[in-house]
Design a protein around this ligand. Structure first.
Ligand SMILES: [Cu+2]
Length: 1011
């Protein structure tokens, strides 16, 4: 004994801790645990590497059901299966399985295979309710018994809209969403992956198991030299698991970044140090602690280098296997596609030849699913070390040695030459409670140290342990090697376009920052972009077909692997102020994730130099809203994510003016960037009444189209194509013309993706003469390029008992990931705004016998998510509505815009939350009704104008301009406004950008639409 305890302390857990940790450190006590270790080792006959179950398409389609549920999984180094994991159960609906057609409890999930040009349909079902996983917590550390999910296919160049790669969806337990992914014909072949992406629980969901690999075509990238030589190819998923105390027979999957860990079943003797300010992934057997309890008694934990890797708390796996093995002929060249599908871990990899201890150079053939143009040596330590940040994939060529085994390992990092000390005098550690049951925390003062030989990598916060991952034994057979020389052309289709040679259309500064940034909640440690957390970081809105340069400036001490959805990018420059060996210039390939180096600080903690990464991206093919974020998913959950919306290549606005003095009503279309005239149309010859106009991409070609309807007389709707083909000007070709079904009199029109499917829907509002009704209409092309036919998908009554006219708009106005329908009550009613959303998720439970679940081809039920007055309840003049990202620099989602149809030109805007509100809540939960906050209130044409106003918006690179129309005398007038935040004001101030007097006589406020 190192000390004697005073009697009153004898039964405290502090004493137990000290006692057991002390005896633990003696040889005798290690012997006590030997039987359990032997039992563990007996489970550890090295198993041959297996690939996860692969699911393949049939007739061009892979259709699977993936159901997220709590599952029991068998980890190699755990005495009994762990029952607190998550996994996808799968069932093949259309396709071919190389294993069973259905299964579950897999870690990683089944590998999905689909070829370029084919279709991936995933029925994504959520059974995450009734969970009994103590460590499955939200970012506030609260244990969750249920959680929402959504599906991301990481790295695919694919539409982000509707039910495609939309990570803003919230699929609740007990429901399912069907995702249809149309894989582009030019999607590079290679290794991608899929995982859930629900903000706030992304890290725990992926750590506990909701991830798997996704292969487009061939995982190696379809490199001719690989197929010509019939080289074996393998997909290898890197994950880790943390089972605290597995050396003493425990079997609970712990979540290592949650402190304290789940110790409810920890027995006396479990060996464990938990240091605030660091967290899991440290090899527990190589951590030591020296200090004292608050009463002055000494406290000591000694490192235990004798503990084998199989007994450590934290273990990395390949395809879910601990240290699997493989046999190969001497000289055999194989191609390995590696995917780091862990939530946060960095894997620093090296190959070792056991015969002579040498480390073969690693030749990299591709990254993030995209084959390099030329084979490239791994960038670190003379090509012998490859760093895989979380979410990245690398394809490497590996040649077996002539003698000895080949090991893939995470080696010690030579930059750690001395023990790393943690915590100083304030370090604390956690020990099992009295009797070995219960959760207890002991704060002891002292220093924890980590042997440098245990550290394979540090990202500025976590320390990842050294470990052997995978071993290939060579057989007596010898074959001729196929050598990939650095610089050798690979001749695979990779779509690479060197953007270093072009002048970017736009440059953006993206500052990565972390800390207790929220003045209203200084206890909350957040990870932020440009000073604020998701979804209140500024929205980025590049135009389709533009090239932008984004400069990430990292002023934190952590590394941040940034991932941009939908579009891969080229790295222009990396500046690592802590290690110039990591700095480099232009890379001649595309990737989807880039590690942004940490900043350098002086001894006093003052920032000396930030870490900097510059990327360039060419935004091709797809418009719509997605995100970029840090792929250390705890950082993402704590705010380091940002909304990106790709705009159509051109922004337009249209003004619909009623006819006067015998002239027909007409629409004037202009370019929104400089207001220049494009087209004038007379949609309804002989009609002189007011019009409604809306712009949006009707036919899914990422070009803005236009809908025009008659607000009086008959419910006539005409759609014009915005594409300029066959020598025609934009908006000159009619793609549909019809009378709205079930609506009498005139009709107002909006465009938006309401049904979640590609292309847009029409949203129509009745104009009186009947109980006000909203109709959602789908459009279907009868022949390619031919006229589109309308089909009513759903109808609802927004304001029961109101028989007047209604205005309609659509927008992504809340965090549901769904486009909502915004309805404004017309003259005669209070100025009510109703926000409506269709419930598109399918219930998992079978319908009750005799229960009608809706008619085939129709949308499901609709719910009102918010209802409020835009103006004083006494105002009965009616309102016009629009939507737009007018507070784009303040983040959040699109605003609801409202104009007073009669009297003063009063315009107001509302947001469901933005930086104007301060920081967003740490745990985002969709509350009903969704709150809306006033973001601006002003008179668009001065308080003296008494003609009323209509509103819309048109997108810009940073948000949207508000468009307002009115009459000045008999002249139609359009003004555009930027809404600016002055200082720290909580509302926006309008700044008039442009005013346009239309060269026509008008007698009612013109309609306006923008996109
Ligand atoms: Cu980060």
């Amino acid at each position: 004994m190192f000390f004697s305890l005073s009697p009153p302390l004898k039964e405290t857990f502090a004493m137990r801790f000290f006692h057991h940790q002390t005896v633990r450190a003696s040889k005798g006590s290690i012997a006590r645990f030997q039987p359990r270790l032997l039992e563990l080792e007996s489970r550890l006959t090295p198993a041959a590497l297996v690939e996860p179950v692969g699911l393949y398409p049939r007739n061009g389609v892979l259709e699977v059901t993936l159901t997220a549920r709590q599952s029991t999984i068998d980890l190699d180094t755990v005495a009994t299966p762990v029952s607190d994991a998550l996994a996808f159960s799968y069932q093949v609906n259309q396709g071919i399985s190389d294993g069973p057609d259905m299964g579950g409890g897999l870690r990683p999930g089944p590998t999905l295979h689909v070829n370029p040009g084919q279709t991936l349909i995933v029925h994504f079902a959520n059974e995450l309710s009734g969970l009994t996983i103590p460590d499955f917590t939200n970012i506030n550390g609260q244990t969750l018994t249920a959680a929402d999910i959504n599906l991301h296919t990481h790295g695919l160049h694919i539409s982000p809209d509707g039910n495609s790669d939309n990570v803003l969806l919230n699929i609740a337990p007990g429901t399912s969403n069907t995702y249809t992914r149309q894989i582009a014909a030019d999607q590079p072949e290679g290794l991608y992956w899929y995982h859930t992406h629900l903000h706030g629980v992304a890290q725990p969901e992926i750590y506990f198991g909701l991830a798997g690999m996704l292969v487009i075509g061939k995982a190696d990238g379809n490199i001719p030299k690989v197929s010509q030589n019939q080289l074996p190819t393998r997909t290898l998923a890197i994950q880790y698991n943390d089972v605290f105390g597995r050396d003493v027979g425990l079997s609970t999957l712990n979540f290592p970044t949650v402190q304290p860990w789940n110790l409810t079943e920890a027995p006396i003797g479990a060996h464990y140090v938990n240091v605030p300010g660091s967290s899991g992934y440290t090899a527990n057997n190589l951590f030591s602690f020296s200090g004292s309890f608050s009463n002055g008694d000494p406290a000591t934990i000694d490192a235990n280098p004798a503990l084998p890797e199989s007994g450590r708390n934290t273990q990395f796996t390949i395809n879910g296997q601990f240290q699997p093995t493989l046999q190969a002929a001497r000289g055999q060249t194989e191609v390995w596609s590696l995917a780091n599908i862990s939530d946060v871990a960095y894997a620093r990899l090296r190959l070792t030849n056991t015969a002579d201890g040498t480390h073969p150079a690693i030749v990299v053939l591709g990254q993030d699913g995209i084959t390099y143009t030329r084979a490239t040596l791994a960038p670190l330590e003379d090509g012998t070390v490859l760093l895989m940040p979380p979410a990245t994939r690398f394809v490497i060529a590996v040649t077996m040695p002539e003698s000895g085994d080949l090991i893939l390992e995470m080696p010690p990092d030579p930059s750690f030459g001395a023990p790393v000390a943690f915590g100083g005098s304030s370090a604390s550690f956690v020990v099992p409670g009295p009797g070995g049951i219960g959760k207890q925390v002991v704060t002891a003062q002292g220093t924890a140290t980590l042997d440098p030989s245990a550290i394979s990598y540090s990202n500025g916060f976590n320390y990842f342990p050294t470990q052997e991952l995978f071993r290939v034994s060579t057989t007596s057979e010898s074959v001729t090697s196929v050598i990939f020389a650095p610089g050798e052309p690979l001749n695979a289709v990779n779509g690479f376009e060197d953007l270093s040679l072009v002048t970017p259309d736009n440059t953006r500064e993206i500052v990565l920052i972390q800390g207790p940034l929220d003045p209203a909640d200084p206890a909350a440690f957040v990870f932020a972009i440009n000073g604020i957390t998701f979804p209140y970081a500024p929205v980025l809105q590049p135009r389709l077909n533009s090239v932008e340069e984004w400069v990430y400036t990292n002023i934190t001490g952590d590394q941040h692997p940034l991932h941009v959805h939908v579009n891969s990018f080229q790295v222009m420059e990396v500046r690592d102020p802590n290690n110039s060996a990591n700095s480099h210039g232009v890379q001649l390939w595309d990737q989807d994730t880039v590690n942004v180096p940490a900043a350098r600080f002086d001894a006093a903690g003052i920032l000396v130099e930030p870490g900097v990464v510059k990327i360039r991206a060419h935004f091709r093919d797809y418009t719509g809203t997605f995100v970029q974020h840090c792929h250390r998913l705890d950082h993402e959950d704590l705010g380091m994510m940002q909304v990106v919306t790709i705009l159509t290549e051109h922004q337009y606005f249209a003004v619909g003016v009623a006819g006067t003095d015998g002239a027909d009503a007409h629409v004037e279309v202009r370019d929104a960037t400089d207001s220049h005239f494009l087209e004038i149309l007379t949609p309804f010859p002989g009609y002189q009444g007011p019009l409604s106009v809306a712009l949006g991409d009707v036919d899914g070609n990422s070009i803005s189209d236009m809908a025009v309807s008659s607000l009086a007389g008959s419910p006539h709707v005409i759609l014009y194509s915005g594409a300029s083909r066959d020598g025609q000007r934009p908006f000159s070709k009619v793609i549909a013309s019809f009378l709205a079904e079930g609506i009498q009199g005139g009709v107002s029109v909006a465009l938006g993706t309401i049904d979640g499917k590609p292309g847009t829907n029409l949203v129509l509002g009745s104009q009186g003469g009947m109980e006000a009704m909203v109709s959602v209409v789908g459009l279907q092309a009868m022949a390619p390029g031919g006229a589109m036919e309308p089909m009513t998908l759903g109808q609802f009554v927004p304001f029961a008992g109101f028989n007047g006219s209604i205005a309609v708009a659509t927008g992504l106005v809340d965090d549901s990931g769904r486009v909502s329908i915004v309805v404004g009550a017309g003259p005669g009613a209070e100025p009510r705004v109703g926000v409506f959303s269709y419930l598109l998720y399918a219930p998992l439970a079978a319908p009750e016998p005799g229960m009608v679940m809706g008619v085939a081809g129709t949308l499901g039920p609709v719910v009102c998510t918010a209802s409020f007055y835009a103006f004083s309840q006494n105002y009965l003049g009616g309102i016009s509505v629009g939507t737009g990202w007018v507070n784009g620099p303040q983040g959040g989602f699109q605003n609801i815009l409202v104009g007073a149809l009669q009297g003063t030109s009063h315009v107001v805007s509302f947001s469901s939350g933005s930086a104007l509100n301060g920081f967003p809540p740490m745990v985002m939960e969709m509350t009903m009704p969704v709150p809306y906050y006033l973001t601006s209130s002003f008179y668009a044409f001065g308080a003296q104008n008494q003609s009323g106003v209509r509103v819309s918006a048109s997108d810009t690179l940073r948000g949207a301009r508000l468009l307002a129309t009115s009459l000045q005398g008999q002249t139609a007038v359009v003004s555009s406004f930027d809404l600016l935040r002055i200082g720290s004001a909580t509302q926006l101030t309008p700044e008039r950008v442009d005013t346009l007097f239309l060269d026509v006589m008008a007698n009612s406020v013109p309609a306006v639409g923008g996109y």
